[in-house]
Design a protein around this ligand. Structure first.
Ligand SMILES: NC(=O)c1ccc[n+]([C@@H]2O[C@H](COP(=O)([O-])OP(=O)(O)OC[C@H]3O[C@@H](n4cnc5c(N)ncnc54)[C@H](OP(=O)(O)O)[C@@H]3O)[C@@H](O)[C@H]2O)c1
Length: 238
């Protein structure tokens, strides 16, 4: 357990990764404000947890929850869609502006390895030629806005870290996950949400890679492409 106990503000806290970030942060002794549009549906209860209702697309609501925190983490996300996506870039603008007004410096946010136009190295023929291109095409509106989010965040003078996971899956335990600082790429197509939550916390609390983009890749216990495709991309079994 870390010795530094902080006040963390988590956007997207009610998503599967956000819940893990919240639970892992509380287990490490931090105070957490979990931001969600549906505070009544937030499933975690803890003496050091505050649940705040705010829409990340509403700049006044974002400003209202900002005061009194040390670090900000964003795991905000939308499912695959054909419609234009603005959540990533808009929320980044509102969060960065509110952080500036409240004197906060450290922002850790999630985008995706899909921001790269190329697939990861070392993947097999079937992935390179079939699965990868389908996923990239399905995720295009989302990845385009994640790229815009990265531009917004990079243009700030905050101590930001952008964390790019690969295909997310749920795992019971933390693994010995790999981290690479961009532009270095890692082979591998999966990131467990438990590993991603830990990587986000290590960045927020331990300041590992300020003003850098990092990839987080899980190599142990990874699922099959088919199961991830069905669950995450088509929302079957969620
Ligand atoms: N799925 C994948 O394979 C994959 C791959 C790479 C990267 N990622 C990224 O990884 C991150 C975490 O993904 P995840 O699957 O754990 O979470 P997620 O399902 O994308 O959900 C994140 C949360 O964002 C919140 N949210 C959405 N719009 C909001 C708004 N306008 N205001 C406030 N909150 C809003 C929602 O919570 P409420 O409805 O409670 O507000 C939602 O639960 C996301 O950024 C995702 O894009 C995912």
């Amino acid at each position: 357990m870390t010795e530094k106990h902080m006040k963390l503000l988590v956007f997207g806290a009610n998503g599967p990764t956000g819940r893990l970030v919240t639970q892992q942060a509380l287990a490490e002794g931090h105070r957490v404000t979990a931001v969600t549009r549906r505070p009544d549906a937030f499933p975690v209860d803890h003496a050091r947890l505050r649940v705040a209702g705010a829409d990340a697309l509403d700049p006044a609501a974002v400003d209202e929850v900002m005061a009194g925190h040390d670090r900000v983490i964003s795991t905000l996300g939308v499912p695959y869609t054909r419609e234009p996506v603005t959540l990533y870039s808009q929320s980044a603008r509102h969060i960065a502006a509110a952080m500036g007004r409240h004197g906060l410096r450290r922002l850790v946010c999630v985008t995706s390895i899909g921001v790269h136009p190329e697939l990861p190295p070392e993947e097999k023929f079937f992935f390179r030629k079939v699965v990868g291109p389908i996923l990239m095409a399905m995720g295009r509106p989302l990845y385009e806005d994640a790229r815009r989010m990265e531009e917004v965040v990079r243009a700030t003078d905050l101590d930001w870290t952008i964390v790019r996971p690969s295909g997310l899956f749920d795992a019971a335990a933390l693994s010995d996950y790999r981290v690479a600082v961009a532009p270095r790429r890692l082979p591998g197509m999966f990131t467990s949400r438990t590993d991603l939550a830990d990587a986000l916390l290590r960045e927020a609390v331990d300041d590992r890679h300020p003003r850098a983009c990092i990839e987080v890749i899980t190599t142990q216990g990874t699922p099959s492409y088919t199961s991830v495709f069905l669950k995450e991309a088509l929302h079957i079994g969620k």
